[in-house]
Design a protein around this ligand. Sequence first.
Ligand code: ADP
Ligand code: MG
Length: 724
Amino acid sequence: MDRFDLVKESFEKKEVPAEIPSGKTSDYFGELVFGRKQMAKYLDADSLQALLACIEGGEHLDRKTADGVARGMKEWAMEHGVTHVTHWFQPLTDGTAEKHDSLIDYDGKGGVIETFDGKMLAQQEPDASSFPNGGIRATFEARGYTAWDPTSPVFILDDTLCIPTIFISYTGEALDYKTPLKRALKAVSDAAIPICKLFDPAVKKVYSYLGWEQEYFLVDEGLFAARTDLMITGRTLFGHISSKNQQLDDHYFGAIPPRVAAFMRDLEVAGHRLGIPLKTRHNEVAPNQFELAPIYGEANLANDQNQIVMNLMNRIARKHGFVVLLHEKPFDGVNGSGKHNNWSLGTDRGTQLLAPGKDAKGNLQFVTFFVNVLAAVQKHNALLKASIASATNAHRLGANEAPPAIVSAFLGRTMTEVLHKLLEVPSDTPIEIAGKKGKSLGLVEIPEIFVDNTDRNRTSPFAFTGNRFEFRAVGSSANCAGAMTTLNAAVAEQLIDFKAAVDAELATGKKLNVAVMDALKPIIRSVLDVVCFDGNGYTEEWKAEAARRGLDVETNVPKMFAEFTKPEAIEMFTKTGVYTEKELRARNEVKWETYTKKVQIESRVMVRMALNHIIPAALEYKSKLLQELALAKEVCGNLDGCATEMKFLSDINRYVEDVRVKAEAMREARKAANVIADDYERALAYREIAESFPALRRPIDKLEEVVDNKMWPLPKYRELLFIN
Ligand code: ADP
Ligand code: MG
């Protein structure tokens, strides 16, 4: 099939109807997770109580109880046709990992029976030597194992019972994303509780919430398969931009095409059956770009759900003849994809800590948490950027479409004014809800609810949106845990320091509200001066200004990773118990290695495609031109009237030569980089190679403009982006 057949075929594809269960969403919501309803039905009273204590209070589950829980799970699972079980975990790769075991075992009578017990539920030892570990498992004793995370419910995918687990080495080092995230969530809760208790002594737990918004592209699978670069690297390495892309702003929130709508519907049903509260779906800015978001939830669970959804997207898209692109920058010239992480804190008493309270006390608590979050972001702005950095997200950061490569915070006019006002008034001035006491000078007022949509700044990587912060720099393909671990840990450290500052103020005999405000004031002054920025984050002036303010302006991804092993980072992560120094060092090795490999793979694909796809197509057209010229010479005796052919011929010669030279140079650069032994230095060398991609791409995209459309072998941007 040539390109035109593929285009025709994909254009003519009709939607495959979504399979929607009968009944209301609430009837089938959560039917494939072992949630509260299932627990109540399938567990005996003792197992149920022990499991709930384990989930809510972190109590240890003994072996006997675990057996009881496993028995109930098995019964439930087998009623749903389950034949296999797996520990489901999140190694330091791009996806999740699973190794399925059948439930069968010998029954001692020559047959088999289905077995599943507490031991299988609690722990597994996958042959873990092939997962990235940064040298942690190099020693003989350091095998890995997975251990059940009871706070995230067991779920069924097809015929398999999936048990969410952490993945750690026998010496206790985290080898995954979930373990440090759970540590960070505990750290932030532990650090926030004593501060909450100043305002409400009954608080026992603080939750960290995550509401992710997943952006993605859909491409027809036939066209996808014809592009080696998309298939192997998840993005196009060349492609002349389409004459029309997103300049008319006609895609964002536009009518959802039928084939896409059917896909979305199937995805939602699958998510809902797994208890994932998918809520929002819409077209995004770029053609064939879409977004999906659930109702926010507790961060560990929400992150697991995001991982499950990414997996579901891939499978369900194929049913509809699409491939999902989760890459941050699949196409040049149109927007890339991110995954906004909406983040907040709340107590077990139902108080949202990043939203205004009911009264002056509640408002002081809100301002306390609000300001301390900003302080944490300020202190660790470089680290937060490092937490979202990757080879793939590098294409998005700093481009004029996504957060700049500088982490600053956007507060909006209201909160900026509140903070300035707080610096002017005496420390015992109550912070009132606007309108409640009438307008009076000297009072500090905040609105009960923010009208956040009128006051948005899309150029800010960390924006306050009324009751939460939106960390916008996270990449679409990333595991949210990377960003959420760092953010929660940084906030935990700040809250610990702040509590000490308040205690020092209280020790001088000040009243609580005065002590809190006196401890807050120097922090408010500092965050307003440094990390808060309400202007356009894309301008050159901001880059200069940010550097002057001492914010990190580094754009080199391998260098960003080095932030994780700087003394302030090691201190913060060890003090909060989130990472040991050994883990931080190991993880950086993994990050550099992954970076190197990704660029290496892209570079190989690019060079091979240049030599095997692009140059041959260009030479075919060149040969056609030469034949025409020869014919002209033969018939007319001269080349008068052949100026166009001559011009194209010389363009092709020039571009082809340029492609060959650049491709060879890239190959040589790889050879030189490959012999560098140090992970960091090698990643830096590969970054240079990544920086040279546009130079090789340019003549190829020029050739696409010149070469006869019929001879061009790769689906073009206009086809990839507009067929759905
Ligand atoms: P946007 O207008 O930013 O695109 P969306 O509706 O697409 O908004 O997504 C907003 C996300 O923020 C949703 O997942 C929503 O549940 C989540 N969210 C709302 N309130 C909070 C909160 N307090 N904490 C965390 N996430 C929240
Ligand atoms: Mg959205």
